[in-house]
Design a protein around this ligand. Sequence first.
Ligand SMILES: Cc1cc2nc3c(=O)[nH]c(=O)nc-3n(C[C@H](O)[C@H](O)[C@H](O)COP(=O)(O)OP(=O)(O)OC[C@H]3O[C@@H](n4cnc5c(N)ncnc54)[C@H](O)[C@@H]3O)c2cc1C
Length: 415
Amino acid sequence: MKRREFLKLAGAVSVAGCATPAPSKARVVVVGGGFGGATAAKYIRKWDPSIEVVLVERESAFVSCPISNLVLGGYSSLADISRNYDALRRHGVQVVRDEVTAIDAPKKTVRLARGGELAYERLIVSPGIDFNFGELQGYEAAMQAGSVLHAWKAGPQTAALRTQLEQMRDGGVYVLSIPMAPYRCPPGPYERASIVAAYFKQAKPRSKVLVLDANPDITSKAGLFKRAWSDLYPKIIEYRGNSRAVAVDGNARIVKLELDDVKGDVLNVVPPHRAADLAEKAGLITTNNRWCDVDWRTMESKAVKGVHVLGDATLSAPAMPKSASMANNHAKIAAAAVVELLNGRNPEPFKIINTCYSFVSPKEAIRVSSVHEWEPTQGTLVAVKGSGGVSAARSEAEGAYAWSWARTIWADSLA
Ligand SMILES: Cc1cc2nc3c(=O)[nH]c(=O)nc-3n(C[C@H](O)[C@H](O)[C@H](O)COP(=O)(O)OP(=O)(O)OC[C@H]3O[C@@H](n4cnc5c(N)ncnc54)[C@H](O)[C@@H]3O)c2cc1C
C-alpha cells in the first residue's frame, strides 16, 4: 500500500470510540501484551520512533508465568510477578485495553470486541496459547466448578490453585498431569512438582506429589530434576511416564488415564495446547491444527501476508522451546524486520538465545540454554552446535541468577 493510501485508511478508523492521531510514518498494530507482544511494541518504538505502535491487550495488567510456580509454593506473590503497561506508554506505545476478534488481512484491519476497527501497515500477533479441552472428557465442566485447574496461564487460576494446596489435608495427594509435548515451557511442570513438594516438606510432610506425564520421560533437564527429587523429596514426589490423561471426574476427584484411574485431593491437569483462539480464527494456523508456521528471518506468517506471529503460538523451529526467553527474542526479530521493511530495506537474519531457569527448591535452581541461527539450506533456525547446555548442578547461585533473569526480562519487555 502506498503511504498516501495508508494514511487515508488509518485516519478513517478510531480505537474503541476514541479518535487516534494520524500516524507519522506507518502504524503497526500489536496484538497481545505478553512477552512477545510487549517486547515487539517497545523495540519498534525504540528503533524507529516515527512508526506509530498500537498494542491491543485484553487484560489490564501483565502477569508473568515465569516465577508463578514460586507463588504456588508460597515463596512469591502475584503482586511480585505483575506489571502494568505504563512504561510502554512512556515509550510512545498506544496501549488499548480490548480484545481483537478478527483480522481482515486484505483490508489490513483488525476488529475490536468493544467496537471499531484499527488499520495497520504491519500486524504483529503474539496471543500465546489456548487449550484443546475437548481431548479431556469432563474437563471444562470440572474447571468451571473449580474441581480441576491448569494454572498454565498465570493469574486467577494461580491464586485458586495456591488456595487449594493450602486447604489440602496433610497426607493428601496433589496430582499434576502433563500433556504431550510440545507445550508451553518444557521444564515448567517439573519445576512446579519440585516447588509444591518443597511446600509439602515444610508444611504438610505426609502429603504426596503425583506426576502423571503423557511423555515417556521428563522432557527437559531430566538428570538434574531426578537428582533433586531423589536428594530433596524422596518420599514426596512419585513420577509416572507414559501416563496420558483422557478424562476428568471433578466430583469424584479422579483423573482417568488410558488404562487406569488415579484419585487425588488437588487435581492440576494441564490440557494439550494449541496457538490461541485468534490465530485459529484468523487462519494463521498451518500445522496439525495447532501451530503457526513463520519465516524465521522476519516472523511473517507463512499463511497470511503482512502478519507476523510470535511466541508460543508459532510452530517451533527444531530444538526451540516455547519460552518467555524465545518469545522475547522472536519479538526482536519481528521488530527489526518491520522497521527495515517500513524503511524500504531488507531484513537480515540474526542469532537468538534461549535461557530457561527452573527452581528445584525455594532457593536453588538449574538452567538450560541454547543459541539458534538461520540455516539457509534448511530454511529455518537451528541450534548452534556446541552452544548452550545445562548447569553442572543445582545451586543457590543459579537461584540468584534465575531471579536476575526474571527481573531483567520483565524490564526488557515492559519497562
Ligand atoms: C508455570 C510456567 C512457568 C514458566 N516459566 C518460564 C521460565 O522460567 N522461563 C521462560 O523463558 N518461560 C517460562 N514459561 C513460558 C512463558 O510464560 C511463555 O513461553 C510466554 O509467556 C510466551 O509469550 P507469548 O507472548 O507467546 O504469550 P503470552 O505471554 O501468554 O502473552 C499473550 C498475551 O496475548 C493476550 N491476548 C491473547 N489473545 C488476545 C486477543 N485476541 N486480543 C487481545 N489480547 C489477546 C493475552 O491476554 C496475553 O496477555 C513458563 C510458563 C508457565 C506456564
